[in-house]
Design a protein around this ligand. Sequence first.
Ligand code: GTP
Ligand code: MG
Length: 197
Amino acid sequence: MEIKSAEFVMSNSDVAKCPKNPLPEYAFIGRSNVGKSSLINMLTNRKSLAKTSGRPGKTQLINHFLINANWYLVDLPGYGYARVSKSSKKTFQKFITDYFRQREQLVSAFVLVDIRHEPQSIDLEFMAWMGENGIPFSIIFTKADKLKPKAIEKHIADYTAIMLQTWEEMPNYFVTSSSKHIGKDHLLNYIQQINDQ
Ligand code: GTP
Ligand code: MG
């Protein structure tokens, strides 16, 4: 899919105030600093459409971006950046869980995980929560530029083995690097395929 236009529409912390039209949308979620906003910029060929930062906690609101005037990408705040709470479960902010539970336009979510890290309990908990709530998602392994191809293969095999302890099958997944533009076509074609159905 070619991205002809990408525009910021709105930010807010209330799912009831998100755009009212029925266009399909795809949301990016994952730990703070995993690369959600960078991935949106990579997909849309824009350097700073979504705001990024080396410090976790940059994105604080639900951000809608209108793509090709007919679907949305949604950038969300990260979870797991717990300065206060000890229980990881409490770090899923309510407006984010409300978004996932209530947003009828959501077609699919992408749960981003850093390809360098072993499965983290907060990611596994979040994916379990998505499963319990019947919210479709794929996994995106980010920052693939940080590992060699063999290490990527091994990491995915190890990740899959852990997922299969609780899931019947490994969810659909993608390998990406926003800095090296890896995985862009694969991801956009996937979205296009769903939009065309
Ligand atoms: P929050 O909004 O804070 O939850 O973070 P985020 O998930 O939106 O992460 P963001 O896109 O702001 O990126 C966090 C940091 O990771 C920044 O310093 C980015 O430059 C870096 N980063 C993002 N994607 C990649 C990538 O593919 N490769 C490398 N090497 N660094 C990346
Ligand atoms: Mg962000």
